[in-house]
Design a binder for this molecule. Structure first.
Ligand code: HEM
Length: 370
């Protein structure tokens, strides 16, 4: 019995050892296969990611959370970019909070981005401000590249800046320059003239007259809110990315507490009221206006009521208002800032000033002689 028991326990020990050795060799093989699989996968993945992720442009050293934000504070942004570009080259990458921004600082690179690679790079960053001011991206400037964008751009190019409107634009420009010259000549000699104010008035009058007709000021007076100039100043301030855009986890709370959200909503409601007043007035009078007196808004309203047009071709009131918002935001500040910049450069450069003055005198004498 004992011997039998001893023998059977020996057999059991032997069979346990066999099972253990079979199990361990299986385990070893499985581990070997798994590690080979893991090594292959890792190698493939790193090869693929080095093929897929492009080599990024130079990036100045950044801080955690804020990224390169500290390098832009305390100086005008274009100067900060220019100074960094002297060290990091004409194409550099900056991280502002959670956003990566590609900064272009040479005309050759600007040509590459704005012309040659336009299809890839033409979309604009989205933000709370642009979403609201473009009536949820139905405009031309911020709408993503699509058939809708083509429709909006076509309307803008053919009906606002195209040859059809050029005669009216030239006429408005001449009138406004005459008004400006008269206003300057009324100033006592040797007194300072605020050129910035005059240029802003010209840019605003040009855009508003071409968009809403020459009686736009009368409608403006009916409104109780701030002036268009004040609203556009606020737009420029709010077009800067908000803390919600840069730090999505904490920014929304700060934007709410600081009053930025409230300021943005109030601004949009005032601008919308301004545009709506013009839309309503134009709708009421559209039947009584001659074809050659029709302004941009008249034309857009006509495009919204073409009977046989398909749903996609017809303009909605929101699309019309978004296009008007585009020309306010894109057309007034850019035009007057360019004029102020050109005049400042002429004043700083006496040789150019003399050349411009003699060109104007020559031209004026020739006109007088005719
Ligand atoms: C000196 C004056 C101006 C300057 C420096 C200027 C500058 C620019 C620049 C750099 C762009 C971006 C181009 C791009 O992304 O490819 C642009 C687009 C635009 N500008 Fe101007 N602009 C001026 C006048 C105007 C005027 C008078 C209007 C009014 C109609 C206007 C309306 C627009 C619109 C709607 C866009 C977006 C177009 C699109 O995305 O296709 N701009 N402008």
């Amino acid at each position: 019995m004992n011997v039998r028991n001893q023998t059977s326990s020996k057999v059991q020990v032997t069979s346990h050892m066999e099972i253990f050795s079979i199990f361990s060799s299986w385990l070893l093989t499985a581990l070997l296969v798994l590690s080979m699989f893991w090594i292959c996968r890792y190698t493939l993945k790193s090869n693929r990611s080095s093929m897929v992720s492009p080599k990024l442009p130079p990036n100045p050293p950044k801080l955690p959370i804020i990224g390169n934000l500290h390098q832009l504070l305390g100086k005008p942004r274009h100067l900060a970019f220019w100074q960094l570009s002297q060290e990091y080259g004409p194409v550099m990458l900056l991280n502002i909070g959670t956003r990566s921004c590609l900064i272009i600082s040479s005309s050759a690179m600007a040509m590459e981005v704005l012309k040659d690679q336009d299809q890839i790079l033409c979309s604009r960053p989205i933000s709370k401000t642009t979403k609201l001011l473009t009536y949820n991206y139905v405009d031309a400037a911020f709408s993503p590249h699509s058939n809708h964008w083509r429709k909006m751009r076509k309307a803008l190019v053919s009906e606002f800046v195209g040859p059809k409107r050029a005669r009216l634009t030239n006429h408005v420009l001449l009138t406004e320059v005459e008004i400006m010259l008269r206003s300057i000549s009324l100033h006592p000699s040797n007194s300072a003239v605020n050129i910035t104010e005059l240029f802003l008035a010209i840019a605003k009058a040009m855009i508003c007259k071409v968009a809403f007709g020459s009686n736009y000021r009368e409608r403006e007076q009916l409104l109780k809110g701030p002036s268009l100039e004040v609203m556009l100043d606020e737009v420029m301030e709010l077009l800067d990315p908000s803390l919600s855009d840069l730090f999505p986890w904490l920014g929304p709370i700060v934007d709410q507490i600081s009053g930025r959200n409230h300021m943005l909503e109030k601004l949009f409601s005032n601008l919308d009221a301004y545009i709506q007043t013009n839309v309503d007035d134009h709708k009421n009078h559209i039947g009584k206006v001659d074809d050659d007196e029709k302004d941009f808004l008249h034309t857009l309203l006509e495009l919204s009521s073409i009977e046989n047009a398909s749903h996609d071709d017809r303009f909605t009131i929101e699309e019309i208002k978004a296009l008007i918002m585009d020309i306010f935001i894109g057309g007034i500040d850019t035009t007057f800032a360019t004029m102020v910049w050109a005049m400042s450069e002429i004043i700083r450069n006496p040789r150019v000033m003399q050349k411009v003055q003699s060109e104007i005198r020559n031209c004026a004498e020739k006109t007088k002689a005719r």
